[in-house]
Design a protein around this ligand. Structure first.
Ligand SMILES: Cc1ncc(COP(=O)(O)O)c(C=O)c1O
Length: 398
């Protein structure tokens, strides 16, 4: 490690990331402070992770107390906080059972394995799962194979087989696969595509998928790793549609930064795994599950789903007011506090320009500015985001 100006550079880390020239030392609510003491408004929240803001006192206390009491035992024994968290997540979602892992990719691995076992139990020897173009499900081999991005897959062939790809938000394409492929056992989609560019499907997309899954005896599997935990204005995005999936995966905001992932299942899907079919050393340990329990408490007490809904609508409306008539702005869209501003050209440079203005934003799918502020965001902070982003975009597209 060495210092180049005020930026710490590492020669010992594998170069899987290209970090911005800033390191943060502390955080409070929607703000981060760098090693020079500069204050930044965070409209990314660790990519939809720190939804309660940084250094949330309730979560910090829960983690500290648990760390002093018991961090880890093993899934060889009962884990009280894991049981309590499972019960609460099931009550909130209407799902029946939960498996805990440590990340989003692991949660999706569990879902993929569950779908394959379900297929085998139906007598399907080579079970296939329908996945969507533009999707993102993780970086492990199975999840990158399910992911709809050549960039993510490049160099890693042979990919895991058993995925059939259809265009996102295209029900006809799913029906066509249903007619031609008797080996389909499940569909895995995101309710709103995050990494794919904040793509919001038609209002009844999930309802139609639910119907097709019912008709064909397929599992409807929703990757709510980015959309879950209040981000879209409901605890889980599927709750906008009054349906229930057979499988749902969570991670990101579930621990507000403490690594934890979950694969939830309902009905017949909840009975697929049996002892020995899946597992994880750390999954659902006392520390992570205690942290997640405190996250659930804070979201409930502070009514953060409603704040996400209200602030999301406000941000969308303000951004549209400032930017929809600007040439070069293709679309402004979102659901709750998952917002995208699509430009007509690559705009990755805007991330550094925003950083210079002490605002953290993200760009995904090349041309889409993605805003994922913490669910605690206030109107004043939303106004600040709109003001800075609008000026940056107007100058950028000139
Ligand atoms: C929808 C979705 N699924 C899966 C993942 C993978 O999660 P993780 O990075 O925790 O493995 C992500 C991460 O961005 C995601 O947005």
């Amino acid at each position: 490690m060495f210092n180049a100006g005020n930026v710490v550079v590492s020669e010992s880390l594998m170069s899987t990331y290209a970090p911005l020239p800033v390191a943060f030392e502390s955080g409070k609510g929607a703000y981060l402070f760098d090693t020079e003491g500069n204050k930044y408004l965070d409209a990314v929240a660790g990519v939809a992770v720190c939804s309660l803001g940084h250094a949330n006192p309730e979560v910090a206390d829960a983690i500290a107390e648990q760390a002093r009491t018991l961090i880890h035992t093993s899934n060889l024994y009962k884990i009280t906080h894991q049981i309590e968290l499972g019960d609460k997540l099931c009550a909130l979602s209407g799902m029946d059972k939960v498996f805990f892992g440590n990340s989003g990719a692991e949660a999706n691995e569990a879902a993929i394995k569950l779908a394959r076992l379900y297929g085998k139990q139906q007598g399907i020897e080579r079970p296939n799962i329908i996945v969507a173009s533009g999707s993102f499900h993780g970086r492990t081999l199975a999840t990158l194979s399910a992911t709809g991005s050549r960039k993510v897959q490049a160099g890693f062939s042979p990919l895991v087989e058993g995925f059939v790809r259809v265009n996102y938000n295209d029900i006809d394409a799913i029906n066509k696969v249903a007619e031609n492929n008797a080996d389909i056992v499940a569909i895995l989609v995101e309710p709103v595509q995050g990494e794919g560019g904040v793509v919001v499907p038609d209002d009844d997309y999930l309802n139609q998928i639910r119907e097709i899954c019912n008709k064909n005896n397929w599992l409807m599997m929703l990757d709510e790793i980015q959309t879950g935990m209040g981000r879209t204005g409901k605890w889980f995005a599927f709750q906008h549609n009054n349906i229930k999936p057979d499988v749902m995966t969570l991670a990101k905001a579930l621990g507000n930064g403490v690594p934890i992932g979950a694969c939830l299942a309902s009905g017949k899907a909840a009975e697929v795994f049996s002892p020995g079919t899946h597992g994880s050393t750390f999954g659902g340990n006392p520390l992570a599950t205690r942290a997640a329990l405190s996250v659930l408490d804070v979201i409930t007490q502070k009514n953060l789903c409603a704040n996400a809904e209200n602030m999301g609508q406000y941000l969308l409306q303000q951004l549209k007011q400032e930017l929809s008539n600007v040439e070069g702005v293709v679309d402004i869209r979102g659901k709750g506090l998952m917002l995208g501003i699509e430009l007509n050209k690559d705009c990755g440079d805007l991330v550094k320009q925003a950083l210079d203005q002490k605002l953290l934003i993200n760009v995904t799918a090349g041309k889409t500015i993605r805003l994922l502020p913490p669910l605690i965001i206030t109107k004043e902070q939303a106004d600040e985001i709109v003001k800075t982003v609008s000026i940056l975009v107007q100058n950028f597209v000139k």
